[in-house]
Design a protein around this ligand. Sequence first.
Ligand code: NAD
Length: 473
Amino acid sequence: MMNNLTHTIDGAGQGSEGSFEVCDPSTSLPFALCPDGSGEQLDLAVLAARRAQRQWEASGWEARGEAVLAFSNAVRQELDSVARLLTHEQGKPLEEARAELMRACESMDSFSRQQLKSVVLRDDDMELVVEHFYAAGVAAVISPWNSPLGLFTLRVIPLLMSGSTVVQKPSPYTPLSSLRLGEIGRRVFPPGVLNVIAGRDPLGQWMTDHPGIDRVSFTGSVRTGKRVMASAAESLKRVGLELGGNDPAIVLADADVKKVAPKLLWAALRNCGQICMAVKRIYAHESVHDELVRELEALVSGIKVGSGLAQGTQLGPLQNRMQYDFVQELIADTRQLPGVRIHVGTETPSGEGYFVSPYVVSNVDDAARIVCEEQFGPVIPVLKFTELEDVLQRANSTCYGLSASVWSSDPKKAAEVGARIQAGTVWVNNHMMLDADIPFGGWKTSGIGRGNGLLGLQNCMESQVVRVLKTPA
Ligand code: NAD
């Protein structure tokens, strides 16, 4: 049993008295013990972050950018071993884990060049008005289990760039690869700047309750996001929430189905569907609907499901038992719908792993649970539409508003359709492109605030306006 990873607190490694098991989702068996961070250890991490904060902020954008770049390079040096650890605990195919880590490094490189400079808002005979931006202070970053390292960098690094210091908590399902990033960070950042502490759900609540924390950046479910906001309200902590999604993809009548189908397939199935911004429901115009269903059914039939560490695996297991049971429940619910057509892709490996075949579901209506809930699994519902007004109304009939896509041979027309979808990001002829310099975030219950880009930096900083009357007092 692997048992060698520690928290990073004040620049040093620290174990805990307690520990919890981390399972390999391809076997469901524990393969590692993770230290279970205590309240006292959280206090130490927050204290260290507070001590380091002023100097870190005073070091300036250039110096912080250099440190972030050094971190990114140090992570690249260990890419293979960290990616393997990620696959072991999360389940995704090794190539996907490597891609997640490479993208994380590219994001860090991009963040290292971002700066939010003071802005002159007015300069006339009467008055000089300048807006300055300051770090929030000590920030808590609480992360989910689906893309631990991609989300570690997208949330932690802008805060570090802005001059805040950070205490990060990974999900108890996938804590190990984040602890590894914390270890790598010890070689690069001054003590206290980046603290990584693993623990179970109560540690998350202690963080949102903690009086020494100024800002909470939370990524996870809507249910927990509401609790985070309620807890942060006590001390009016600043909160950024990146929550769930039920992304629609609308395929217009003029789309080239053969080209679109494989792109839609992987926008729905990557990471076994466990991505907030994955395609979760497809609306196809009646003139292309049947052909698209046939294409998707043919494509899922060729997918290789297996352990993420096995050669050639395209679809790994779901990450944990709770998610596996939920997706099985949705599949059972879908099976009993009258008239529904269900196409099951390839066989899953035998054993106790959390494997689910990829499914294409059609002849299903909008009220079905598989359509209106966030499935977070490899099940793709395809729905038919005739009128544009009708499909827009159906796409927008959801409590979510993270992202969406429109597919057509006329990108300009598709962009006009996309502009009418209530979501933070709308892609045309694409889905899931995410860049460190482009703001991303959700409408409605998909979140509050934006990450990435200058808007993302602004969101995690405090603004101060200085107004100077030019007439002497
Ligand atoms: P979750 O809400 O169960 O847990 C997320 C984190 O919160 C974990 O670290 C957990 O330990 C912690 N936590 C649990 N209870 C807490 C509490 N009361 N206070 C503070 N922290 C607490 O989410 P999950 O199941 O790990 O993640 C899946 C969800 O995340 C999906 O809904 C997915 O769409 C969403 N997600 C959103 C984005 C985005 O950018 N919008 C990205 C990835 C995942």
